[in-house]
Design a protein around this ligand. Structure first.
Ligand code: GLC
Length: 818
C-alpha cells in the first residue's frame, strides 16, 4: 500500500520562495494558502512476477518495473496507478539491444535482480532500491522510496526519486549548465530556454540532458532520468545527504548505469542514447560566422581575406539575413542574386556554406512553405484548436510540429533547393522553441509526439531535437553519400545522433570564456561530444587579448566557430591588428595540424562512445584533489591543455596527471602527478603530449583536402612504458566507413631508457594516398645508434630541436631504435 508521508518529507521540496519563483506551487504553505500537498510513497514490496528481462514488483497498488538492459545498465520505472505508460523514448531508440545474462533471487528481506556486473536490490520492508557491484559494494541507494503526487495542474503525477548522497560524493553532467564542474550543492531545472547573454549559474539554458554521473570513493555510476517534461535535480543542496530528481509529469523512469570508471559510464550512456556519427572532416576545421554576412560582396570579401591572409578556414555561415524577409528556404535575391554561383565559387576556393534555418514559418498566404504547412495541417495548435502563433524574426509565425513523423519528412524535403544550390551544412536555431515576448509556447499547445499525443509540457524539451532530427534525416536522404553537417541550439538527451551543438548567446567577457570551458567539458561528459562556444563571445566587444585567448581555447573545442552579434564591431581573425592576426593565424594553423588526431578522437567517440573532452577528474577519478580542477582538460587521451582564462596572465599553474608529459611547444619533458608553473606569453597556451604518444600531424592547409599529403608526419614521444595510440583515416566525407572503408592504425610504443620499439597494426579497407611517414622521435634519453625498420637499418638525422628524424614506409610493421 502506498503511504502518505506528506509532512515528514516537506524538506524534499525545499525553500518555498525559491520554488515559487521557479513556478512550483506545491509546497504546503499556510501563509500563502496553497493547497496541501499529498505525497504518496511506495509501501512495502509484497509481490513480483517476471517477463523475460523485466521484473515487476508491487506494493499492492503501485507498480515498479526493473528491466535488465545490459550487463551494466538497469532501468527502473514506477507506475503509481499500477498501469505503466507505453514504452516510448526519443532519447533511447531501443532498450533491449544488449544481450545480458541475468538472474533473480528472493530472500526474507530482499529481492535481487543480478547481472554479471550489477545487482539491483529491492528491500521488501520499505521498497528502497540500491545498486551494488558483484562484490557487494553499494554504488547508489535510495534515501526514500520512489514517490509521487497527484498533479493538480493537468492530471497525471509529479514523480520523485530521492537518493542518498554520500558526504564525499561529487556530481557531473547535466548538459550545458553554466556552473562549476562539480554540481554538488546546487539545484537545477531542465526546460529549454532562449537565454541571450546568460550569466554564470543561470538556469535553465538551452538544453535538457537529464543525465548525471555520481563519483564517490573513486567509483562512478550514472543516472539517466529519461523524462521530457520539466525536470528538476537537487544535488545535496537542500539536504546534504540527499540527491533528488523529479518531474512535473510523465513517468518516473531512470537508467542506472554502472562504472566504476567515468569513461565507462559515458560510454554506456552512449550505448543506449547513441553516439555522434563521424562528422565530415571539413566540419572539424575552422568556421567563420557572424550575424550576418551580407550582401554577396561581403561574403566574397570575407573569403578573399581568409585566403589572401593565409588564415585557414573551411566554412562560412549565412545567418538569417540571407533569407527573403526571414522566410525559411528562400533567398533575398537583392543581397544574393545568384546563390548557386556564389556557393560554387566559394566551394572552388575551399569554403563550405552553412545556412541558418529557424522553426518559425511566416504567416503569409503567398509563401509556399506556409501554404504547404497549412494545407497539410503541419503546424502546432493550441488546446482550443487555434494555431499556435507567435512573433519571431519574420514577424507573425506558425510552427511545425516536429514531433510528427510526417512533418519531419516534409521538413527534411524542404532542404532540396538549398542543397541543389550547394549548401553544405544547416544551422538550426531558436528551437527551444523561442518566441518573442512570451518566451516559448504556452503549455496547452498540442503535439503528436509520434503517436503518443501530449501537450507542450511533454514536448517542449524535445522540440529542438526533433527539428534537427528532421533536418539531419532530410539532408541524409537528399544526399545519401555525404555525411550531413548540422548544428542545433536546443537539445534533449540523444540529440548527438543528429547534430553538433553550440552554447548559444554568450558574451565577450573573460568570465564567459571560463564559463565556455566549463560548459564544453560538461557537454562532453553529458553525451554531447561535438560542441563549441561562439569564439570571441556573441554579444559585447572582446579586446584583442580576449579574442586570441578564446581562439586558443577554440583549437581544443570539439566544434571551432567564431560568431558575433550584428551590432558588434567586425570580428574576424584579422580585426585586431597585425600582431594578433599573426597569433590567431598560428592557432588556427595548429587546429589544422592536429586534424588527423582530432579526427581519430572523433572516431573513437563514434565507435566506442568515449567523450572528446575529458576533465582531469575523469583521467584520475580516484584522486579527490582533482574534483576542484576545472581549467585543465584532455582532448582525447593524449593531449592535455589548460587554456589561459584571465587577462594579463603571463603564467599559470597547470596540473598534469600522473605519468610523463612533453610540452608541445619545445619538447621539454615534464613529470606528471604535480602542478607546474607555466609561462603563458600570448603566443603559447599550456599544451602537453603524453609520453608514448604517436601524434599524426598534417602540414598547414588553408582548408581540408587542400593538399595531398606527401608523407605523413608522426611525432613519437619517448616513454619508459608501453603505450598505444590510434590513428584513423578515411575519405573524410562519406558513410563508406560504415562498410569498413577506413584505416584504423594502432601504434604500439614500448620504451626503455636505452631504446624504443614501435609496432604498427592496420585494420580496414581504405588506401591512404601517401607512401611514407616522417617520424620525429622526441625526448629520447639516449644517443641513437641504429634504427632498424622491419629488420633493415635505415638512415636517420637529427634536427636543431634534438629530434631524430626518420623516413619509413607507411607499411612498416616494426621499428627498433637503440
Ligand atoms: C540567435 C542565435 C544567434 C544568431 C541570432 C540571429 O540569437 O543564438 O547565434 O546569430 O539568433 O539569427
Amino acid at each position: 500500500m502506498a503511504k502518505d508521508l506528506t509532512k515528514q518529507q516537506e524538506t524534499d521540496t525545499g525553500n518555498t520562495a525559491q520554488l515559487l519563483e521557479e513556478g512550483i506551487h506545491h509546497v504546503n504553505n499556510p501563509v500563502l494558502d496553497l493547497p496541501e500537498i499529498v505525497k504518496n510513497y511506495l509501501g512495502p514490496a509484497i509481490g513480483f512476477h517476471q517477463e523475460n528481462n523485466n521484473y515487476y514488483f508491487t506494493d499492492g497498488s503501485a507498480g515498479v518495473e526493473i528491466k535488465v538492459v545490459s550487463d551494466e545498465i538497469i532501468r527502473v520505472r514506477l507506475a503509481p496507478s499500477g498501469q505503466f505508460l507505453e514504452d516510448f523514448s526519443y532519447a533511447v531508440p531501443q532498450t533491449d539491444q544488449h544481450v545480458a545474462l541475468y538472474n533473480f533471487e528472493e530472500n526474507e528481506h530482499t529481492y535481487r535482480v543480478m547481472t554479471n556486473t550489477v545487482t539491483c536490490v529491492i528491500n521488501k520492508a520499505d521498497f528502497l532500491i540500491s545498486f551494488e557491484d558483484r562484490e557487494g559494494k553499494v554504488y547508489n541507494k535510495d534515501h526514500s522510496p520512489m514517490h509521487w503526487e497527484e498533479n493538480p495542474d493537468f492530471g497525471g503525477y509529479y514523480v520523485y526519486s530521492t537518493k542518498l548522497a554520500l558526504s564525499s560524493e561529487a556530481f557531473y553532467g547535466l548538459g550545458d549548465k553554466p556552473t562549476h564542474l562539480n554540481l554538488r550543492g546546487r539545484r537545477f531545472t531542465n526546460w529549454n530556454s532562449d537565454t541571450y547573454s546568460f550569466q554564470f549559474n543561470q538556469d535553465p539554458l538551452y538544453k535538457s540532458v537529464p543525465f548525471y554521473i555520481g563519483l564517490h570513493d573513486g567509483n562512478a555510476y550514472g543516472i539517466f532520468f529519461d523524462n521530457t517534461f520539466k525536470t528538476y535535480f537537487d544535488f545535496a543542496a537542500e539536504a546534504q545527504d540527499q540527491t533528488s530528481f523529479w518531474s512535473e509529469g510523465g513517468e518516473l523512469q531512470y537508467y542506472y548505469i554502472h562504472g566504476p570508471h567515468m569513461m565507462d559510464v559515458v560510454k554506456r550512456y552512449h550505448s543506449i542514447t547513441g553516439t555522434h556519427y563521424l562528422p565530415p572532416l571539413w566540419a572539424l576545421g575552422f568556421h567563420q560566422c557572424r550575424w550576418s554576412y551580407y550582401p554577396e560582396s561581403k561574403v566574397r570579401d570575407l573569403a578573399k581575406n581568409f585566403r589572401e591572409r593565409n588564415i585557414p578556414c573551411d566554412a562560412i555561415y549565412l545567418d538569417i539575413d540571407y533569407m527573403d524577409g526571414y522566410r525559411c528556404f528562400t533567398w533575398n535575391k537583392h543581397y544574393f542574386p545568384d546563390p548557386k554561383k556564389m556557393i560554387k565559387e566559394l566551394a572552388d576556393d575551399g569554403f563550405r556554406t552553412v545556412v541558418m534555418i529557424d522553426p518559425g514559418i511566416k504567416v503569409d498566404e503567398n509563401y509556399w512553405v506556409f501554404k504547404e504547412g497549412k494545407k497539410n495541417h503541419y503546424f502546432c495548435r493550441r488546446g482550443d484548436d487555434y494555431f499556435m502563433e507567435g512573433y519571431v524574426w519574420p514577424g507573425r509565425c506558425q510552427f511545425p510540429d516536429f514531433t510528427n513523423k510526417q512533418v519531419r519528412e516534409w521538413w527534411g524535403g524542404l532542404y532540396k533547393e538549398l542543397l541543389e544550390a550547394g549548401v553544405a551544412g544547416v544551422w538550426n536555431d531558436m528551437n527551444e522553441p523561442a518566441v518573442f515576448g512570451r518566451g516559448t509556447f504556452p503549455n496547452d499547445v498540442r503535439h503528436n509526439f509520434d503517436g503518443h499525443r501530449g501537450s507542450h509540457r511533454k514536448a517542449h524539451n524535445v522540440y529542438g531535437m526533433q527539428m534537427v532530427r528532421a533536418t539531419y534525416d532530410g539532408l541524409k536522404k537528399l544526399s545519401p553519400k555525404k555525411r550531413p553537417f548540422t548544428i542545433t541550439r536546443a537539445a534533449y538527451a540523444g540529440t548527438q545522433r543528429y547534430a553538433s551543438v553550440w552554447t548559444g548567446d554568450n558574451v565577450a567577457t573573460w568570465e564567459h570564456l571560463r564559463i565556455g570551458a566549463l560548459q564544453l567539458q560538461r557537454l562532453s561528459v553529458s553525451g554531447m561530444p561535438f560542441c563549441g562556444t561562439d569564439i570571441g563571445g556573441f554579444s559585447g566587444e572582446p579586446d584583442a587579448e580576449l579574442f586570441t585567448r578564446w581562439m586558443q581555447f577554440g583549437v581544443f573545442s570539439p566544434f571551432m566557430r567564431a560568431h558575433s552579434a550584428g551590432d558588434t564591431a567586425e570580428r574576424e581573425p584579422w580585426s585586431f591588428g597585425p600582431e594578433h592576426e599573426a597569433l590567431n593565424r598560428k592557432f588556427i594553423e595548429l587546429r589544422y595540424k592536429l586534424l588527423p588526431y582530432i579526427y581519430s578522437v572523433f572516431w573513437e567517440h563514434t565507435k566506442y562512445g568515449f567523450p572528446i573532452l575529458r576533465p582531469v577528474t575523469m583521467m584520475e577519478q580516484h584522486l579527490e584533489s582533482n574534483i576542484q580542477r576545472e581549467e585543465e582538460f584532455c582532448f582525447g587521451d593524449k593531449i592535455l591543455v589548460s587554456p589561459v582564462l584571465n587577462p594579463g596572465q603571463d603564467h599559470k599553474m597547470v596540473y598534469l596527471p600522473v605519468g610523463d608529459w612533453y610540452y608541445y611547444w619545445d619538447d621539454t619533458y615534464f613529470e606528471g602527478g604535480k602542478e607546474h608553473n607555466m609561462e603563458t606569453p600570448m603566443d603559447k597556451m599550456p599544451m602537453f603530449i603524453k609520453a608514448g604518444t604517436v601524434l599524426p600531424e598534417y602540414p598547414v592547409m588553408q582548408y581540408v583536402h587542400e593538399k595531398q599529403i606527401e608523407s605523413l608526419k608522426l611525432l613519437v614521444y619517448h616513454t619508459n612504458q608501453k603505450v598505444n595510440s590510434y590513428s584513423y583515416e578515411d575519405h573524410g566525407d562519406t558513410f563508406a566507413y560504415e562498410q569498413h572503408i577506413y584505416l584504423e592504425k594502432k601504434f604500439a610504443v614500448k620504451g626503455t631508457p636505452s631504446g624504443m620499439d614501435i609496432t604498427q597494426y592496420v585494420d580496414g579497407l581504405y588506401s591512404e594516398k601517401y607512401d611514407t611517414y616522417d617520424l620525429h622521435l622526441i625526448g629520447l634519453p639516449f644517443q641513437v645508434k641504429r634504427v632498424i625498420v622491419d629488420d633493415k637499418p635505415v638512415a636517420f638525422e637529427q634536427d636543431g630541436r634534438a629530434r631524430y628524424i626518420v623516413k619509413v614506409s607507411k607499411d612498416f610493421r616494426s621499428i627498433a631504435i637503440t
